[in-house]
Design a protein around this ligand. Structure first.
Ligand code: ZN
Length: 261
């Protein structure tokens, strides 16, 4: 099959995966099944037929409104579908190796789901992390790709590192300061980027949190920083994506430029 056709197919597959990701983002925080019941309008509970559920296109055709009750359908749905399609297109275009493309597609889809859920509901369902660990280990077990030993080591280091950080922070603040969900999240990230990548993700995620998150909270006029919410999971997900794509060039640049000064 020509590579252009593979990339196109990956984009279509990504749009479908994104449609399922929407269901996960919407239902998992509510403790609902992602398989049953079929999709319904959240406002009038009318079942949505398949032709009104085509990724991106249906939302555009319906102009973002339910055909039953006229209620507004969040723009988050087509955006997540579009973003997932672009993720899978990028993954297929980046490499000819099918397993590596699949690894990037799955990893970035899970990261997007985590960021979307954290931003929307202020929590990260463990399903994303546990599912991600399973997918990461299975894909690493296929010979010729990311080594299984690196994935297992990343899993252990990611979990242990964040657990240690959590224990220190909990003791320092005299209350649970970091979520147990973040420990699972870091273990999942380690499964995909290895132990070096997970250390890098933690530094990069903390830096992003400081540079973007803290000014954002200050601008919004929330003086009690510790009492307000900082979506740390979203910053970690962003940092993990950057590490996956450009982790080694960043380390080379750091060692060659910053440390040489
Ligand atoms: Zn409706």
């Amino acid at each position: 099959m020509p590579h252009g056709l593979v990339v196109l197919f990956a984009g279509l597959l990504g749009a479908v995966v994104g449609s399922f990701l929407n269901v996960c983002v919407y239902r998992l925080p509510l403790g609902q099944s992602v398989v049953r019941p079929r999709s319904r309008c959240p406002m009038c509970a009318r079942p949505i037929p398949w032709y009104e559920n085509v990724p991106v296109l249906s939302w555009l055709a319906l102009r973002g409104r339910c055909r039953g009750c006229g209620g507004r359908i969040s723009v988050q749905y087509p955006l997540v579908e579009l973003a997932t399609a672009l993720i899978w297109i990028a993954a297929a275009a980046r490499t000819d190796a099918a397993v590596e493309a699949l690894r990037m597609g799955c990893f970035f889809t899970i990261l997007l789901g985590i960021a979307a859920t954290d931003a929307r509901h202020h929590l990260i369902p463990d399903h994303f992390s546990v599912g991600g660990v399973a997918i990461g280990l299975i894909l690493a077990a296929i010979p010729g790709g990311f080594p299984l030993g690196d994935a297992a080591l990343g899993l252990g280091v990611g979990g242990a590192l964040f657990l240690a950080l959590k224990l220190v922070a909990d003791y320092g603040f005299r209350k649970p300061a970091l979520g147990a969900g973040d420990v699972l999240l870091m273990a999942m990230i380690g499964t995909f980027v290895g132990w070096r990548g997970v250390v890098q993700t933690l530094f990069l995620g903390s830096a992003l949190g400081l540079v973007i998150g803290v000014p954002y909270l200050l601008v919004r006029g929330e003086p009690k920083l510790l009492g307000s919410y900082l979506p740390f999971g979203t910053f970690l997900a962003l940092a993990a994506a950057i590490t996956y794509l450009w982790g080694e060039p960043i380390i080379d640049w750091y060692v060659g430029t910053v440390m040489a000064m």
